[in-house]
Design a protein around this ligand. Structure first.
Ligand SMILES: Cc1cc2nc3c(=O)[nH]c(=O)nc-3n(C[C@H](O)[C@H](O)[C@H](O)COP(=O)(O)OP(=O)(O)OC[C@H]3O[C@@H](n4cnc5c(N)ncnc54)[C@H](O)[C@@H]3O)c2cc1C
Length: 477
């Protein structure tokens, strides 16, 4: 049996009963028993690449596993999946010794958190003030906030300023093992709109002494490592949205099939069927983007700066729009403090953390000139075999192969060409990024979604391609 099916069966456990999950949510209690079910299944091994002794060979499998958890409960998926984010920098830039140690601990069930953000600086990582000075090892001071699992985590991977002048080479990553760390405090759990049971807190360092071998990668390489690790974690985050989308659609389907009005079932009303059909098409496009993005980690590694930004900007946004529409369809049952309202609240965080939608669009905009040139040249990346983090790049040398090969002689191809012409005409300005560039990035994401559907299903499911492209063209008009 496939791992995804085995996991789905393992989740038929009392800790995943909707009433139990709702009770923890109401009490803002951490779903520890549900996380234990995932540990017992062996999910942590999928957070560790096979090269370091784990089970991760195929990112699509990891996405499908986390989607399976998120379909049952997003709070649990966010709480447990965080360890992949906390460890990812070590897979990208750690020494073999660090990777071995983290691999052993993650597979044994230790929780890793990833502390990038600070209260006053949000998305502006270069402005981070948590600082380390060299002094018989390193001395760390300052606060990281809001951090998922900052309190419950056994270890934290923190981005820290190591050059007072800051800048792109002025920050370093530190892997902090709390069993060896002193002079630190946890900051209180913060009440949140969704994922109420998760440990959303922070950590403060008070001149904490850290050994030299806690630095991940070279001193000063923290921002570069984070930008590369984000290419993996943003790709993984789409699983959270896919699972929430599946969950919302299944609750809505059940509701319209059971609900009788005007002497017939709600599902028999044409307008209701239309809403469900539209939701299905949008979720299909989200799925296409996710599959290509997760496969891209191995297949188009050097293009992941583009692909992961598209995936993280597109998928949570589409899924949230689907949830909003289905909430209307559910009527008052979308508004009661119930399973649907919980997943709606929980999902809102996915478009915010690990780089908001705007941050990902901004990162695409900075690559517009290069993407347009690669498209005009019809560049295609060469397959690289097994995933090797050394092939991750801060900007893609070949643009986006999936879009570069779209046949220009079709309506969809013409729309893709038009978007690239506008990207080629875009001139970066010192006065800031105009709103029109964000709208163009959104259209680029739609083009990617259409191309992803074509790439995946043009032979196996031409009907799916037809409805997906028709939806994309309608949105692009
Ligand atoms: C539940 C939860 C869990 C979290 N977990 C973690 C964690 O584990 N580790 C961690 O490091 N952080 C974590 N965060 C922090 C999260 O990553 C931040 O919310 C994020 O960095 C954005 O910061 P901010 O919300 O303060 O918004 P700001 O950065 O202050 O942004 C405000 C607004 O400006 C927009 N914006 C930002 N940059 C641009 C731009 N370049 N162009 C256009 N618009 C822009 C944003 O999209 C947003 O709408 C978590 C947050 C929450 C709520």
């Amino acid at each position: 049996m496939q791992a995804v099916d085995r996991l789905d069966r393992a989740l038929d456990h009392p800790a995943f009963a909707p009433e139990q999950l709702a009770e923890w949510d109401r009490a803002e209690a951490f779903p520890a028993e549900a996380c234990q079910v995932l540990d017992d299944f062996g999910l942590p091994a999928y957070y560790v690449p096979a090269a370091h002794g784990g089970t991760l060979t195929d990112f699509n499998e990891l996405v499908q596993l986390l989607r399976t958890v998120a379909r049952r409960d997003l709070t649990v998926a966010v709480a447990h999946g965080k360890t992949f984010l906390g460890a990812a920098s070590v897979w990208v830039s750690g020494t073999p010794e660090q990777a071995t140690r983290v691999s052993e601990r993650v597979r044994a069930g230790d929780v890793y958190s990833w502390a990038l953000t600070e209260r006053d600086h949000g998305s502006d990582l270069l402005a981070g003030e948590v600082a380390a000075t060299k002094n018989g090892g390193w001395r760390l001071s300052g606060e990281k906030w809001l951090i998922n699992n900052a309190t419950r985590g056994h270890a934290v991977c923190a981005l820290v300023r190591t050059d007072p002048a800051g800048g792109a080479r002025g920050h370093s990553l530190f892997l902090l093992d709390k069993t060896e760390l002193t002079d630190y405090r946890h900051l209180p759990k913060v009440p949140t709109h969704g994922i109420r049971g998760a440990d959303i807190s922070g950590i403060a360092f008070d001149n904490a002494l850290v050994p030299d071998d806690a630095v991940v990668g070279a001193v000063g390489s923290g921002i570069e490592t984070v930008l590369k690790a984000l290419q993996l974690t943003r790709t993984m985050c789409v699983a959270l949205s896919l699972g929430a989308g599946d969950h919302a659609l299944s609750l809505a389907r059940r509701f319209v099939s059971d609900r009788a009005l005007y002497d017939r079932k709600l599902v028999d009303l044409p307008q209701v069927r239309r809403i469900l059909d539209e939701a299905e098409v949008q979720l299909k496009l989200a799925e296409a983007v996710s599959v290509i993005a997760a496969g891209g980690v191995r297949e188009f590694t050097a293009e992941m700066s583009v692909i992961s930004a598209v995936a993280k900007a597109f998928v949570p946004g589409v899924v949230q729009r689907v949830i909003n529409r289905l909430a209307e369809l559910m009527g008052l049952r979308g508004f009661l403090a119930d399973e649907f309202a919980k997943l709606d609240r929980d999902h809102r965080i996915v478009g915010i953390f690990d780089g908001s939608t705007a941050v990902n669009r901004h990162s695409l905009i900075t690559q517009f000139p290069r993407l347009a040139r690669a498209y005009q040249a019809g560049k295609v990346s060469q397959p690289t075999g097994e995933f090797d983090p050394a092939n991750l790049r801060l900007s893609s040398p070949t643009g986006c192969s999936v879009l570069n090969v779209v046949n220009r002689g079709t309506d969809f191809g013409a729309a893709v060409e038009q978007v690239h012409e506008e990207m080629a005409a875009y001139t970066p300005s010192a006065r800031g990024v105009p709103a029109s560039a964000f709208a163009l990035a959104e259209r680029y994401e739609l083009c990617f979604a259409g191309a992803a559907a074509l790439h995946l299903w043009q032979d196996s499911d031409p009907d799916a391609v037809r409805v997906c492209l028709s939806h994309v063209l309608e949105c692009l008009r």
